[in-house]
Write a protein that binds this ligand. Structure first.
Ligand SMILES: *[C@@H]1O[C@H](CO)[C@@H](O)[C@H](O)[C@H]1NC(C)=O
Ligand SMILES: *[C@@H]1O[C@H](CO)[C@@H](O)[C@H](O)[C@H]1NC(C)=O
Ligand SMILES: *[C@@H]1O[C@H](CO)[C@@H](O)[C@H](O)[C@H]1NC(C)=O
Length: 344
């Protein structure tokens, strides 16, 4: 199970399914233990999805599909299902058919091009597909270029490289990655990547307020240590947990993200913080708090994606799109102009 990809398994035996190299101190024993039980679940889920995919050409939204998505989409269906449940397929149908290639042939400001180029070697340097000669870097460049040309208001923004990079690793298709990136940034997330990142700043404040209502002691503790919430969770939200969480867990989060949109991003963060609440409360200075906070995503609790997502989806169900909309509206009316230097 360590390596599924046959192209590389002679050269690398410490690489995961998506091409990420394991760190030196990777705990294989613990991982294999989790994986042996998770594989049974995957096989079980796959059979159910096979039936669903055979039946439903259209993947009807509803309780059944929602339950299936929450329990994880098999990797063989991910690209196809993400395109459908996110609305990217619809979007593609209603746009000019060759939008991707049209955008690739556009002209972009040289500073945007330069910003993309600068981030390429920084994107997943621990992934064998992003080794310069393997070609994925150029594919990633084209996806980011095409998106920047498509949405000049956003252009390029750090964080998009990780999202597009992981989309590419999962779908193995540039054009599908472009459409999924487009639907995420244009439709699913509220203004995270424009220059002022207004939507992102507001969502960080929303997160802080949710924490305040769910875990007032922790909220007070963070405040007493003078830690800005942006420092804690900005990266989670900008990268949609890619880069920070184990890959399989990120993909399980994205399964839900494409279906139900923002609530999953909040539920994941709240569940994780809640799980470590006592430990975090025990950290009585800035440095020790940050240290524990940064290590949380590497805990077995998060690596065991099936159990983790079960917890995420069963706790904090009250975090819905409607609640988020209400909080965002409140914050917007309180603070008219969010800037990076006015972070919550
Ligand atoms: C598949 O999972 C379901 C629920 O998790 C369980 O009831 C069922 O027995 C499993 N089937 C197989 C073949 O393992
Ligand atoms: C989230 O779930 C946990 C565990 O059930 C609970 O203690 C906490 O109050 C919930 N938080 C919110 C915001 O609902
Ligand atoms: C912060 O707390 C940790 C653990 O309690 C302690 O080891 C460390 O010395 C503290 N650092 C400062 C700067 O007080």
């Amino acid at each position: 199970m360590r390596v599924i990809n046959t192209r590389f398994n002679l050269k690398y035996d410490n690489v995961d399914e998506y091409g990420f190299m394991r760190p030196e101190n990777f705990d294989y024993e613990r991982y294999e233990k989790f994986m042996s039980s998770y594989l049974v679940i995957l096989v079980n889920r796959s059979k159910k999805w096979d039936k669903l995919m055979k039946k439903g050409k259209r993947l009807q939204r509803g309780l059944v599909l929602k339950r299936y998505v929450k329990k994880g989409i098999p990797s063989s269906y991910r690209a196809q299902v993400w395109m459908k449940i996110s609305g990217a397929n619809e979007l593609q149908i209603h746009q000019e058919s060759d939008l991707y290639n049209t955008r690739l042939n556009s002209v972009l400001d040289s500073d945007v091009v330069q910003a993309i180029r600068t981030d390429l070697p920084r994107t997943f340097p621990d992934n064998i597909y992003f080794i310069p000669l393997e070609g994925s870097q150029e594919q990633l460049y084209r996806i980011l270029f095409a998106y920047a040309a498509d949405n000049k208001n956003v252009g390029y923004c750090q964080g998009l490289n990780y999202i597009a990079g992981l989309l590419l690793l999962v779908t193995k298709d540039e054009e599908i990655s472009f459409w999924l990136l487009k639907v995420l940034v244009d439709n699913i997330l509220p203004d995270y990547y424009s220059r002022k990142m207004t939507g992102l700043m507001i969502d960080i404040e929303v997160f802080a307020r949710l924490t305040k209502s769910k875990m007032p002691d922790l909220y007070r503790h963070v405040k007493s240590l003078n830690i800005p919430w942006s420092l804690l969770i900005m990266k989670w939200f900008v990268c949609l947990y890619a880069e920070v969480f184990p890959t399989e867990t990120v993909l399980r989060i994205w399964d839900c993200l494409f279906y139900e949109h923002s609530p999953i991003l909040f539920k994941v963060g709240i569940t994780l913080i809640n799980y470590f609440r006592k430990t975090l409360l025990g950290c009585d200075n800035f440095t020790s708090f940050i240290e524990v906070f940064k290590k949380m995503p590497l805990d077995i609790f998060v690596l065991d994606c099936h159990y983790f997502m079960k917890r995420v989806n069963s706790e904090n169900k009250s975090i819905t799109n409607a609640l988020l909309q209400k909080l965002r509206k409140e914050i917007k009316s309180e603070k008219k102009n969010y800037e990076l230097n006015q972070l919550p």
